[in-house]
Every structure is written in structure tokens, then in C-alpha cells.
Ligand binder design. Structure first.
Ligand SMILES: *Cc1c(COP(=O)(O)O)cnc(C)c1O
Ligand code: SF4
Length: 355
């Protein structure tokens, strides 16, 4: 693909996205019938910027964006294994933890990721003002809610005015202390991030922003510029990555991605094991492999760029961190611990004073 393309306004970029097998066939030799079989169930959207990052058929970015027949394989997975819908007191709010809620404000995205855990709703009908209002009213009533995770779809695909309208209302609720935005825009449509957007967001501080990013090719001069604009507005940036078979399931790639993120002022937050979502089974691999990759990070690269590895329990029981085993043995006196080089060391664990 041509990396020298000049990209203009984000709305124009998005408007010329690839959404049909016919469009895709203009760029790559594919079988349109096979692609259509998939897109009938799970829609496709690849904007020309993200398309320009794909180097060749089957590469890590291709796998994230281009429909694959494997999406039709049966894994006995459900549409909503995390029971988000059962934990929705009103439509578009997921209230799983006591002090924070997920607020889904958009069903549009800059790219439709093939592994999306919300595949069931992506590209579906937009979020109506009525639903937004119901969500905001719910948050206003529930005084224990301190933090709102504004997500979707992608909240940054709303126009500035639409997003501001939501943020201003959330910000005006006295018990809402923190707003956290979850977005793939800086990695998939960085042209959307402008000084004007950042100036709007910073009116509603404390605003945190977590960027969904899965491969170091998604870190480009454009995404670096987008992150700089946001960070300069005082918005702390974090990242969320999904472990994906054939995309980033090796320590070399994860190290490169995490170091790259830190260098553009993004502090890695979570790396998620892929959930058991219908149509995404081919991206999953055993958790033990994820633990091995994490073992290659601790001690080997800066702790500043090591995310927490999380599994999300089916049934809506929440996220749990998975940490590789370092403690080999423990007794009253000592822990026997293996360090990052595999050297076995003793760590004193007694607190007795000498008389
Ligand atoms: C992941 C998630 C959160 C946020 O959890 P953190 O560990 O604070 O990042 C909140 N609500 C729901 C429903 C979630 O899935
Ligand atoms: S941007 Fe996020 S919500 Fe949208 S398709 Fe990708 S993973 Fe799903």
C-alpha cells in the first residue's frame, strides 16, 4: 500500500472507507463471495488510512480488519459472554462494579475489528438522545458512581458538539469524579484528533483517555501527533491491547509495541486475553502462552511500559489479573523466588525482632 498518501479531513477519510467485498477486491486479490459470506453476519469497515498501514495480505493489520471465513466457525461462544446486557440497568449502561460504569455512547468505529468483543452491536443503529438521557439520569441517581468509562463503538466518532454535550452533563454531576474515554481513534483514524477536540476535552478534566492499539505498525507519525495533542492538553494517556493469535502473540512484538507506546507518552494499561465471543474464536490461544509472554516483559523492559494482563470472567464476574508465577515455595521464614533471569533467590519473610 502507498504510505505517502496525504490524508485530509477525518470525515472524508471515513466516508471513503471500504465496506463491500467489491471495494476490497480493488486493492487485494480476494474472493468476494467468501468475504460477502462473512460480511452478511459481521459488517466490514476499513478506512483508507488504516488500509494504508496494511503491507500485504495476511499481515497483522490485515488480520485485524479483513473479514475471514474463520469467523463463521463454530466455537460454542455467545454474542455476549460477559453478560453486558444482563448487567445493563438502562440500555447503553453496563454497571458491573460498584464505583464505575461503562457508558456506550456510539455504535460507530474507525475500523470494524474482526475480534471485537462487542461484535453484536458494532455498526448497528446509532445511540439516540433518549438513550443518552436515560444513561445520564441513571448515573445522576446512583451516587456511588465515581467514574464513567465513555465507550461504544468509538466515542470519538461523534462530532465535537455531540461529545461535548455528553461530557458536560456527566461533568456537572457532583459525584462523578473522573471521566475515562476508550477509543481506537489515535491508532486507526488519528486525523480525528485535533487541537479543537483536545481543547474541548480539557474543559471536563479530570479526563483520562485509553487507546486501543494492538501492533507497533499502528504507531505512526500521525498517531504520534494525535497523542502529543492529547497529552499536551493534560490528558493522561493509557493503552489497551488485545492478545491476538497471528497478530501480536509473541514477546518480540509486545515489547516493541509497549516501548513504542511509552515513547509517544502512552502508559500501557491493560493487555486483554480475547473473550469467548462468537465469530472471534480463531484469535484465541491458551492463557499459558500469554503468561510466557508476560514473563518476557517483567525485568526485561521498563516497568513503565508493562501493562497488566487481564482475563474477563464469563457471566460478568469481572476482570482478573494474571501474573506469571515467581514464588516457588514459601515457609514461615522465607519465600523462594525466581527472578527475571531464572535465578532462584531467598526473600526473608519474617518480622521477628531480635531480643
Ligand atoms: C472493564 C470494565 C470496567 C473497568 O474496569 P477497570 O479495571 O477499572 O479498568 C468497568 N465496567 C465494565 C463493565 C468493564 O467491562
Ligand atoms: S474500535 Fe473497538 S468497538 Fe470498534 S470494532 Fe474495534 S474493538 Fe470493537
Amino acid at each position: 500500500m502507498n504510505h505517502k498518501i496525504k490524508f485530509g479531513n477525518w470525515r472524508d477519510i471515513l466516508a471513503s472507507s471500504i465496506i463491500s467485498a467489491g471495494d476490497l477486491a480493488e486493492y487485494f486479490s480476494i474472493n468476494p463471495v467468501k468475504v460477502e459470506k462473512v460480511t452478511k453476519l459481521f459488517p466490514m469497515l476499513i478506512n483508507p488510512y488504516y488500509l494504508s498501514l496494511i503491507k500485504k495480505k495476511g499481515d497483522p493489520l490485515w488480520k485485524q480488519a479483513v473479514p475471514d471465513e474463520k469467523e463463521l466457525e463454530n466455537y460454542d461462544y455467545s454474542d455476549d459472554p460477559l453478560h453486558e446486557e444482563a448487567q445493563a440497568p438502562v440500555l447503553n449502561i453496563v454497571h458491573r462494579y460498584p464505583d464505575r460504569v461503562l457508558f456506550l455512547v456510539s455504535s460507530r468505529c474507525a475500523v470494524y475489528c474482526r475480534f471485537c468483543m462487542r461484535k453484536r452491536m458494532i455498526g448497528g443503529p446509532g445511540v439516540t438522545e433518549k438513550r443518552l438521557e436515560d444513561g445520564i439520569n441513571y448515573i445522576r441517581q446512583e451516587k456511588k458512581i465515581r467514574e464513567i468509562l465513555v465507550s461504544g463503538g468509538d466515542p470519538l466518532l461523534l462530532e465535537n458538539e455531540q461529545l461535548e454535550n455528553i461530557l458536560a452533563r456527566l461533568h456537572s454531576i457532583s459525584h462523578v469524579e473522573v471521566i475515562r474515554i476508550h477509543t481506537r481513534v489515535p491508532s486507526a483514524l488519528p486525523q480525528r484528533v485535533t487541537k479543537k477536540l483536545a481543547d474541548m476535552l480539557k474543559k471536563y478534566h479530570p479526563v483520562f483517555l485509553n487507546i486501543h492499539v494492538n501492533h507497533h505498525w499502528e504507531i505512526t507519525p500521525e498517531s504520534k501527533r494525535a497523542c502529543a495533542i492529547l497529552a499536551d492538553a493534560g490528558i493522561p494517556l493509557g493503552s489497551q491491547t488485545v492478545f491476538l493469535k497471528g497478530v501480536n502473540d509473541n514477546a518480540g512484538e509486545i515489547k516493541c509495541l509497549m516501548r513504542g507506546l511509552l515513547s509517544i507518552r502512552v502508559r500501557p494499561y491493560y493487555i486483554h486475553h480475547p473473550d469467548c465471543v462468537k465469530g472471534t474464536g480463531h484469535f484465541r490461544f491458551p492463557v499459558e502462552k500469554g503468561m510466557d509472554i508476560m514473563k518476557n516483559l517483567y525485568g526485561h523492559i521498563s516497568g513503565m511500559c508493562i501493562p497488566q494482563y487481564m482475563i474477563d470472567l464469563p457471566g460478568g464476574w469481572g476482570k482478573v489479573p494474571i501474573v506469571p508465577e515467581y514464588v516457588e515455595k514459601r515457609d514461615k521464614e522465607n519465600l523462594i523466588v525466581k527472578n527475571y533471569q531464572g535465578v532462584v533467590c531467598k526473600y526473608p519473610n519474617n518480622t521477628r525482632r531480635i531480643e
